[in-house]
Ligand binder design. Structure first.
Ligand code: CUO
Length: 682
């Protein structure tokens, strides 16, 4: 049901063509002919015909059916949230293990509702129904490729598919590395990072796993989801800032004056296959204004934003949350995340509003705040596209600053020595061994990879359509850590972070700033014997990342690659920072970084989780948590850098025997290599 969202109802499995036999009952009057046509058109070619069950009752979808099929959809819009809630409720209401009923209900929703709305609800439902949780969720970049690649690709794709169907080789369509702007725009230096398909897929998947709204509270109320909202986005900003320094730009400036002009422009060069329209751009120096678009449920003024911000700042300053009944509760980071985003777990949505989500919406409608021109939102109101826009980082830098002010407030106590130390555990040396033979140097380079877009294209019964895009990658490496354990055998959590060594003025950092620049590279638990221990850990094992094959699920499957992981668990496991973006780009001359390693006291780290035996893919728990389990680390997310230090002015003063700091270099080799996983296209 994920395949070819703009054309019901045939799906492709390799060479197989699967047809869902549409019955009259499942089709709205306007689509009846379409359904019959499809039944006849594909009936003969189909290798598998799936009959659908006649349902006793059909869901009504009074709200969701109002969204035209050729409209954009965004969960950030309140009107669309209500629609999604309605569909998700209906699909969850089908009794467990009544899979024929579920299939017919889903087909009914699929044929009668907006394709993007359906895709979102269907994905959430598959992920949260016990009887479907192992059904893979299809890679979003393949079902809605237009959200991820240059719109020029699609007319070429049609041509390629046509000639390939007549026997010509399937030559990939090459997307140039630079297609959204030129170097006249300094922000364009970061396009390789902002427009990375894997990064954008991660962000879309994260928000799919952690929705902020639903009538089903348990879908939202996952362990520490408010804190994870803070932490994942904080790390995105830290990574982006490091990347900016490598490109001779200063850290991104938070957007804190809501009435200030925005110098950053963005012209996305994306078309929507749903709306057949281009995504609106943003010119330089545009400004926020009140948004009055009742049709989208977005009626919000800058004064509302000021008021919510003041109320949130008051909570941060006092450490107290005002409850709807006038009482107060103490503020913690998880609650603050839910307040700021805002999720339905916010304890007082009336008072604190929805600051972050409405920032996305106001920015998303700057070109048409009153719907005068019937324009849809721009990329910043869609979780699958918003990381492409430089303004995303300015907005999230503002959001992050609110969280940091809480962490810097008197209500958050700096860590005591016993919370940082690990008595008897001493790191004697740390080094990074690259597969190139280099020590303490990370090697980055460019790679070209192919993805098949055919599942998202309505002419795709002509076989695969590959596009070839260029992305950053790095040579594999491993950490080697020598540890002396003066006590008994025990466990420890290894925490690895790194940060640029110098700030934008080329000066060493003060810790108060550098702590916000440390990016997590890995976190894992190790057993320690008494005495000397040697710990080795591969870059591919990082708790942050998922392998390339998991980010681009079908790539490896199609190339028949034997290394492809078991993909049954893609639902949750599609969430994770892409392995190819684990290491910052660095510079050709070599950029200096500091690598920090800590072995923390496991008795303060451990979480009592039931055995995670049903592991079916590499899990990226640092940013994504674990499905149906507690976040696997009891410390505050970002520990030990999530808050100011009591006494250390710089990172050297912060280091204790269970920690180590080494100088490393990130060197970019300016070459472009082909991904060995690319399908043989000849
Ligand atoms: Cu992920 Cu603003 O939260 O985009």
């Amino acid at each position: 049901l994920f395949d070819r969202p703009n054309e019901p109802m045939v799906s492709l499995k390799g060479d197989k063509k699967v047809l869902f036999q549409l019955t009259d009952q499942l089709l709205s009057p306007e689509y009846k002919n379409n359904g019959i046509e499809i039944n006849t058109r594909f009936g003969e070619e189909a290798t598998q015909i799936i009959p659908l069950k006649q349902l006793k009752t059909l869901p009504k979808f009074p709200k969701a059916s109002k969204l035209p099929k050729d409209s954009e959809f965004s969960i950030l819009l309140p009107a669309h949230q209500e629609m999604a809630d309605e569909v998700i409720d209906a699909l969850l209401a089908v009794p467990e293990n009544q899979l024929q009923d579920l299939l017919s209900t889903c087909v009914y929703a699929r044929v009668n509702l907006n394709p993007q709305l359906f895709n979102y609800c269907y994905s959430v439902v598959l992920m949260h129904r016990p009887d479907t949780e192992n059904i893979p969720i299809q890679n979003f970049a393949e079902t809605f490729p237009a959200k991820f690649v240059d719109s020029k690709v699609f007319s070429q794709a049609r041509e390629t598919a046509t000639v390939a169907a007549r026997g010509a080789p399937r030559i990939p369509i090459v997307i140039p590395r630079d297609y959204t702007a030129t170097d006249l725009d300094i922000e364009h230096r970061l396009a390789y990072w902002r427009e990375d398909i894997g990064i954008n897929l991660h962000h879309w998947h994260w928000h799919l796993v952690y929705p902020f709204t639903s009538n089903q509270r348990q879908i939202v109320a996952k362990d520490r989801r408010g804190e994870l909202f803070f932490y994942m986005h904080q790390q995105v900003i830290a990574r982006y800032n490091g990347e900016r320094l490598a490109n001779s730009l200063s850290r991104t400036k938070k957007f804190s004056n809501f009435r200030e002009k925005i110098p950053e422009a963005y012209f996305p060069k994306l078309d929507s296959l749903t709306t057949s329209r281009g995504w609106p751009p943003r010119q330089a120096n545009m400004q926020w204004s009140d948004v009055n678009r009742p049709v989208d449920g977005v009626v919000v003024t800058l004064n509302d934003m000021d008021r919510w911000r003041r109320n949130i700042e008051e909570a941060i300053a006092t450490g107290l949350v005002k409850m709807p009944n006038g009482s107060t509760q103490s503020l913690d980071i998880d609650t603050l995340g839910n307040i700021i985003e805002a999720s339905i777990l916010s304890p007082n949505r009336e008072y604190y509003g929805s600051l972050h989500n409405n920032g996305h919406n106001i920015a998303g409608y700057m070109h048409d705040p009153t719907h005068r021109y019937l324009e849809s939102f721009n990329v910043i109101s869609d979780e699958a596209t918003n990381m492409r826009d430089p303004f995303f980082y300015r907005w999230h830098a503002f959001i992050d600053d609110l969280f940091q002010r809480f962490k810097e407030s008197p209500n958050v106590r700096p860590y005591s020595p016993s919370e940082l130390e690990n008595p008897g555990v001493e790191i004697s040396s740390v080094r990074v061994e690259s597969s190139t033979g280099n020590v303490n140097t990370f090697n980055t380079f460019w790679m070209q990879s192919d993805v098949d877009l055919s599942r998202g294209l309505d002419f795709s019964d002509r076989g695969p359509v590959y596009v070839r895009f260029t992305h950053l990658n790095h040579r594999p490496f491993q950490y080697v850590i020598d540890v002396n354990n003066k006590g008994d055998a025990r466990r420890a959590t290894v925490r690895i972070f790194m940060s640029p060594k110098f700030d934008e003025r080329n000066l060493p950092w003060i810790l108060a700033d550098q702590r916000k620049m440390f990016i997590e590279m890995d976190r894992f638990v190790v057993p320690l014997n008494a005495g000397q221990n040697k710990i080795t850990r591969k870059s591919t094992e990082s708790s942050l990342t998922i392998p390339f094959e998991q980010t681009f699920r079908d790539l490896s499957a199609q190339s028949g690659n034997a290394r492809a992981p078991n993909l049954a668990g893609f639902n949750f496991c599609g969430c994770g920072w892409p392995q190819h973006m684990l290491v910052p780009r660095g510079t050709e001359a070599g950029m200096q970084y500091e690598l920090f390693v800590m072995l923390s006291n496991y008795s303060l780290d451990s979480v009592n989780n039931p055995d995670g035996s049903q592991k079916s893919c590499v899990e990226a728990s640092s940013f994504c948590g674990l499905k149906d389990r507690l976040y696997p680390d009891r410390r505050n997310m970002g520990y030990p850098f999530d808050r100011p230090s009591a006494g250390a002015a710089n990172i050297q003063e912060f280091i204790r025997p269970n920690m180590a700091l080494i100088d490393v270099t990130i060197r970019l080799q300016n070459v472009t290599e082909q991904n060995p996983l690319n399908p043989k296209t000849a």
